[in-house]
Design a protein around this ligand. Structure first.
Ligand code: BG6
Length: 514
């Protein structure tokens, strides 16, 4: 694996949750695998007053207790020495001068070649001021060639949410573009960093057998689910302004759709891959105002009792309004208007407080044209390919098999591949891959500005219809169930339903884990 050039990673929002939960542990795992640059520095920036040592101390315990990802002798102490902290009033543009000075000092001392990555791990309201302030002090300016013939780079990594709706996303794009070029911007969608999501490229484009049948002629419909058994935890304030459509559909689920539906790119260069994805987003058929109630089902969880424990309803959660109409569940039926997929429905759903935590893609193949064995019991000639994103990562193929013995009884069986059965395989966390790729300057697994806008264009009419038409129902569902029953009506054929997955890839049961 190629090692990135020496660099400094500047984390804005360094005293926040994302830094301690995801960024520092992921960097440490990269360090353990010897994937960090030879000379590497993290400069945390935030309003909280901390010394370098106090910043390091925040992570010491957690890193020491982390499960080993490699057998080498690298230890947290040496890693923590790479961490520095700079406290500024992040709302004051002048204060960014201190960041510039500190960077120059560290760059000189640690020989990081003037390569800086700026990670916006702050609240989105800070994105504009941070980018502008970096621009004010020329921290965005890249060197094509300095005297050591080293190309000095400057990159901006932006966390989600990228905008709140179509207008705000366009505005944010243009605010960032006022300072940084598109090729310098790395928009994170952590789903793209998941190992199993990256494997979608390989499943589709490194195997000859799938491509000929990967279209409307052989596939009946495609279903994508990302469900969670947790509620909104302590994120009421954020979730009230978001809801499931903005939180999961506009980004993660549509990204999965694009990978399942895109045409084979001409190469595995970022430009080619992201062009093909964009074409899918552009081909999403907009749901008309009058169709929203029929094609988009939204729900909100109510109080319930699960395995003896009382579970609060969404409206009783902290920082949630007592009459909130924020959706915690959404299921959508839609079409992609292009040659490959014309007329074939896609179904996506996501929700909090569902029976289990699972993300998966199910390709439902069409039934055989003639049902030879129907009269002796089976009507399940619709094969399924289940691509499990998490947990119990793997791939499952369902197909009919003759039950041994007299007659021709057919039963569906599963052929399964599981990552856990590969010897010595460590599945890296999404942030590890994305941090590494951003240091390598590979933007393939990041969302491009034009794609983000197209995704908002798809979601926007749904948001507007919900806002303007009070007759569109927000269905209640008890916590721990599969969401509103009305979502079943989206799949109109009488013998078809959603797959109700369990944690274990091969199990599927509508009552699992309840
Ligand atoms: C985040 C959402 O982007 O993704 C959360 O804001 C959600 O609400 C999370 O829980 C799901 O990610 P994962 O990786 O746990 O499936």
């Amino acid at each position: 694996m190629e090692k990135p050039d020496n660099c400094i990673l500047v984390i804005f929002g360094a005293s926040g949750d994302l830094t301690s939960r995801k960024l520092i542990p992921s960097l440490f795992r990269l360090y353990k695998q010897d994937l960090l640059p030879d000379k590497f520095v993290v400069l945390g920036v935030g309003r909280t007053q901390l010394t370098d040592d106090a910043f390091r101390d925040r992570f010491r315990e957690e890193l020491s207790s982390m499960k080993d990802v490699s057998k080498n002798s690298k230890n947290p102490r040496d890693f923590l020495r790479m961490l520095y902290y700079c406290s500024i009033d992040t709302k004051d543009p002048e204060a960014y001068h201190d960041v510039k000075d500190r960077l120059a000092e560290l760059d000189k001392e640690k020989e990081t070649n003037g390569n800086y990555l700026f990670y916006l791990a702050t609240s989105p309201s800070m994105y504009k001021i941070t980018a502008e302030s970096l621009g004010k002090f020329d921290l965005h300016k890249q060197d094509t060639q300095n005297q050591n013939t080293h190309k000095k780079y400057r990159r901006l990594i932006v966390e989600k949410p990228f905008g709140y709706d179509l207008d705000s996303a366009k505005k944010l794009n243009s605010e960032l573009h006022n300072v940084f070029d598109e090729e310098q911007i790395f928009r994170i969608d952590h789903y793209l960093g998941k190992e199993t999501v990256q494997n979608l490229f390989v499943t589709r484009f490194a195997n000859g057998m799938f491509e000929p049948i990967w279209n409307r002629n052989y596939i009946h419909h495609i279903e994508i689910t990302s469900c969670e058994s947790i509620g909104i935890e302590n994120r009421g304030k954020y979730y009230e302004t978001s809801g499931a459509l903005r939180d999961m559909v506009q980004n993660h689920l549509l990204q999965l759709v694009s990978l399942v539906a895109m045409e084979p790119p001409s190469s595995f260069q970022s430009y080619s891959v992201r062009n093909e994805k964009l074409k899918i987003f552009e081909s999403l058929r907009a749901i008309k105002d009058e169709e929203v109630a029929k094609y988009v089902i939204r729900g909100q969880y109510g109080a319930s009792r699960i395995r003896g424990e009382n579970i609060l309803g969404y409206r009783q959660e902290r920082d949630v309004s007592k009459d909130s109409r924020t959706e915690t569940y959404v299921a959508v039926k839609f079409f992609i208007d292009n040659w490959r997929w014309g007329g074939m429905p896609f179904y996506i759903r996501t929700g909090k407080r569902l029976p289990t935590t699972v993300a998966e893609i199910v390709i439902h193949f069409k039934a055989t044209p003639h049902k030879l064995f129907q009269k002796i019991g089976i009507d399940e000639s619709c094969n399924q390919l289940v691509i499990r994103i998490q947990p119990d990562e793997g791939i499952l193929l369902r197909f009919g098999m003759k039950v041994p013995g007299a007659g021709f009884n057919v039963q569906n069986v599963s052929m399964i591949f599981k990552y856990s059965e590969l010897a010595d395989v460590y599945l890296p966390a999404a942030y590890e891959r994305l941090l590494l790729d951003s240091m390598l300057g590979d933007s393939t697994l990041f969302s491009r500005g034009d794609s983000v806008i197209e995704c908002w264009k798809f979601v926007e009419p749904i948001l507007r219809a919900w806002e303007n038409d009070p007759s569109i129902k927000l269905y209640g569902y008890p916590a721990g169930t599969w969401g509103p029953e009305h979502a079943d009506d989206l799949i109109e054929e009488s013998d078809m339903t959603w797959r109700y997955p369990c944690k274990n890839l091969s199990d599927s049961d509508s009552y699992c884990e309840l």
